[in-house]
Design a protein around this ligand. Structure first.
Ligand code: CP
Length: 325
């Protein structure tokens, strides 16, 4: 696998280019075989994690990745109580007691790398797609910032997914199908946006399938084929990546529940004995049938494990980039 040895990054919020994918996959797989091989690089370095919404996998895999590199971790749960003002020149007499200008600079005094997890409003498309929370942190932080999922992207999940596909693919260019699935709550488009962004720079043939009205933002899908018939999209697929997302055009809405879009074993039988993937958490027998999730072709636990090595590769890259700047 080719990769660029002197590849440097300042922040990590999205996939930069194809070279970086190959480089990060290579690095992550090295860490997977030898997790503690670079423990000195994180000595006396601190990762501060800020979560503005709940997380199991991202929280724990980020901590584990940092520990593997010898870093210390401060994990701040900012889901309630602590509200930041992101807009300039505001008269701050509402419930927001702290401005991003101070908050990002203050956290930078305690951190060598800052990880931010935020969610979209799902009501204000323009604001969400400006990714203003993570971008304002980057604007005012004096240390590197890593996205633990932003309003519109989940790059660490996508890197783990690309690693997982690389480990399991049986042909040079497997067919990967991103399938919309039902869900009772409106969910962000961050995971599918990122997945398309990363997969389109990888050696795979990507097809997206969803009901009409659930088209993702064109800036992410580009020329990716979209098939509105789920069963025909599944034919000859090597990987089925299931995910719900709310509508982009009717922003943040569930425009129709479409419970018949659940992933079933019958639908998986149409594929080329495909692997099943999902970023988790997943609602059983709403998104996917038990039989598929518990079956031998399910990769969901391997994806979660690879979150550690994806994050470790990115943290290592940030630390070594900072050392050589
Ligand atoms: N896949 C993922 O990001 O999971 P968490 O929301 O639990 O972090």
């Amino acid at each position: 696998m080719e990769y660029t040895t002197d590849y440097k990054i300042k922040n990590f919020t999205q996939v930069p280019d194809q070279d970086s994918i190959n480089h990060l996959i290579h690095k992550a797989l090295e860490f997977k075989s030898k997790p503690f091989k670079n423990q000195s690089i994180g000595k006396n370095k601190t990762l501060v994690l800020l979560f503005f919404n709940p997380s199991l996998r991202t929280r724990l895999s980020s901590q584990k990745a940092a520990f593997n590199l010898g870093m210390s971790v401060i994990d701040l749960n900012a889901t309630e109580g602590w509200k930041i003002e992101y807009t300039d020149q505001m008269i701050m007499n509402s419930d927001k007691a702290e401005h991003i200008r101070e908050a990002a600079q203050v956290i930078s005094q305690y951190a060598d790398i800052i990880g931010i997890r935020s969610f979209p409003s799902l009501t204000d498309k323009e604001k969400d797609y400006s990714d203003h929370i993570i971008n304002r942190f980057i604007e005012f932080a004096s240390v590197p910032v890593i996205s633990l999922e932003s309003a519109i992207r989940h790059p660490l999940q996508s890197l783990a997914d690309v690693i997982t596909i690389n480990e399991h693919k049986k042909t040079h260019r497997p067919k990967v199908v991103l399938s919309w699935t039902p869900h009772p709550k409106p969910l962000p488009q961050a995971v599918p946006n990122s997945f398309v962004e990363w997969i389109n720079l990888s050696d795979v043939d990507l097809v997206i399938t969803h009901p009409k009205g659930y088209e993702l933002a064109p800036q992410f899908t580009g020329n990716t084929p979209i098939i509105y018939d789920q069963e025909s999209a599944f034919e000859n697929a090597d990987f089925i990546y299931a995910k719900n997302w709310s509508s982009f055009s009717n922003y943040g809405q569930i425009i129709s529940p479409k419970s018949d879009w659940m992933i079933t074993q019958k639908k998986m039988n149409l594929t080329n004995d495909a692997y099943f993937m999902h970023c988790l958490p997943v609602r059983r027998n709403v998104v996917v049938e038990d039989t598929v999730l518990d079956g031998k072709k399910s990769l969901v636990i391997q994806q979660s494990e690879n979150r550690i090595y994806a994050t470790q590769a990115v943290l290592h890259q940030l630390l070594s980039s900072a050392n050589s700047l």
